[in-house]
Design a protein around this ligand. Structure first.
Ligand SMILES: [Zn+2]
Length: 412
């Protein structure tokens, strides 16, 4: 039998009981035998704990599709009970708010997107509230069934107090107590965290983190989010005040474009989807021969996806733009590799639509600028999670909170 402790990574919640719930949520469907193995507990001890959770209605038994054993005994696997309640998860970027409704097993049932039309504080708060209201109304969900609302927020966040500190596109947004605003309105528990943190959490629970306890997670937006989540020993490194991972603000060209953080030539101003779109539009306006000109004439704008598609079709300007972004990103990642020596770097977000053209450039540049022995064996790969990753992570914030509480009730 394979060494299960080595291959399964578990997001720890603090107590053995809570960790068993965490393992069930992360690795479902999972058998009692496997749980016993992972926690070095006897089968009987695991069964005792699990039965308690089944009685509380938070865990249920399921088959795994090929569950009939030769002697007719049904092999039962465990997962969280999706009917335990609903969770709402929000992803707020500087472009839009996306709200998602999920069951207690974290399966997304409905998603709603509202694009921001203005950036004043009152409007932004109203739009966030409206997105929650309409999600609930359109899906005819009773508030009594909602266990909580998780929010993955653009900008800097005080996650302990639920305060959104900054919203870089807004002029009057400062220290907004978003957690209490949403709680007062809907009377359900709310957890607020940085968008990058919840996206990293989703990768940790549902993606590469299922089998890796050390990795760096990069998310390239949409919008101007461009930071990294650092996962060490199965936990996300927060740094002072939760501000670690400001990868997008590594200065790679001190004379480069002004950044919203106040500095110049930050990586986000050189290689983000928005920065690349801006460069493409400038090139079109300068009359450079490119297939993007037709797109610009038709739509009045150029999106990063258009540039990625044109590059794959062989458009020279698009290829140059993507390779240039890849060089900056690779240079940025060479610092990360040298400093942290991560065994794995996971790339997520809008830039992934550029595919291998971007990935190959990034790898080549890291190799050029990092210590060979440190970089050797480092895996750089695209995330396999869908684009709802931050909303899923926001939902996971609430599920984790409930699992902790349920484990405590079980212990009392
Ligand atoms: Zn900056």
């Amino acid at each position: 039998m394979e060494d299960l402790k080595r291959t399964h990574s578990i997001l720890k919640l603090g107590s053995n009981k809570a960790d068993i719930l965490s393992a069930i949520s992360q690795h479902a469907p999972i058998s009692r035998t496997k749980l016993a193995d992972l926690f070095s507990l006897s089968f009987t001890a695991v069964t005792h704990i699990v039965n308690e959770f089944i009685e509380l209605g938070v865990v249920k038994e399921v088959g795994n599709g090929h569950d009939i054993k030769p002697r007719g005994r049904r092999a039962s696997f465990l997962q969280l009970n999706e009917d335990y309640g609903y969770i709402i998860g929000l992803e707020v970027t500087d472009i839009r708010v996306k709200s998602a409704l999920a069951d207690f097993n974290g399966n997304i049932k409905a998603v709603k997107r509202i694009t921001f039309e203005s950036y004043n504080k009152e409007y932004l708060i109203d739009t966030i509230i409206k997105s929650i209201e309409s999600l609930i109304e359109e899906n005819s969900i009773s508030w009594e069934r909602v266990k909580g609302i998780g929010v993955g927020m653009h900008g800097l966040v005080d996650h302990d107090n639920g305060i959104s500190l900054t919203f870089p596109s807004s002029e009057d947004w400062e220290n907004v107590p978003l957690k209490s605003i949403i709680e007062d309105r809907f009377k359900v528990p709310v957890k607020l965290d940085a968008r990058l943190y919840v996206a990293t959490l989703a990768e940790l629970i549902y993606g590469e983190g299922k089998y890796n306890s050390d990795f760096v997670y990069f998310n390239s937006g949409p919008g101007s989010g461009f930071n990294i989540g650092i996962v060490f020993n199965g936990e996300i490194v927060r740094g002072k005040d939760g501000f670690a991972g400001q990868f997008g603000h590594l200065v790679l060209d001190p004379k480069g474009p002004r950044c919203f953080c106040g500095s110049r030539g930050c990586l986000v101003t050189l290689a983000s989807p928005l920065a690349i779109e801006k460069k493409a539009i400038e090139a079109v306006n300068e009359g450079i021969n490119t297939s993007l000109t037709a797109i610009y004439k038709e739509k009045g704008t150029i999106l990063f996806k258009d540039i990625a598609d044109s590059a794959l079709d062989g458009d020279k300007l698009s290829i140059n733009l993507i390779e240039e972004a890849g060089r900056y990103l690779g240079l940025g990642f060479s610092y990360v590799v040298n400093l942290l020596a991560p065994p794995l770097v996971v790339l997520a977000g809008s830039l992934n639509s550029a595919g291998d053209m971007l990935l190959d450039t990034i790898k080549r540049e890291i190799a050029l600028h990092s210590v060979p022995q440190v970089y050797r064996g480092t895996e750089i790969k695209f995330s396999s999670l869908e684009e709802d990753v931050a909303a899923r992570g926001a939902i996971a914030l609430i599920i984790r909170e409930h699992l902790k509480q349920i484990a405590e009730i079980g212990q009392a």
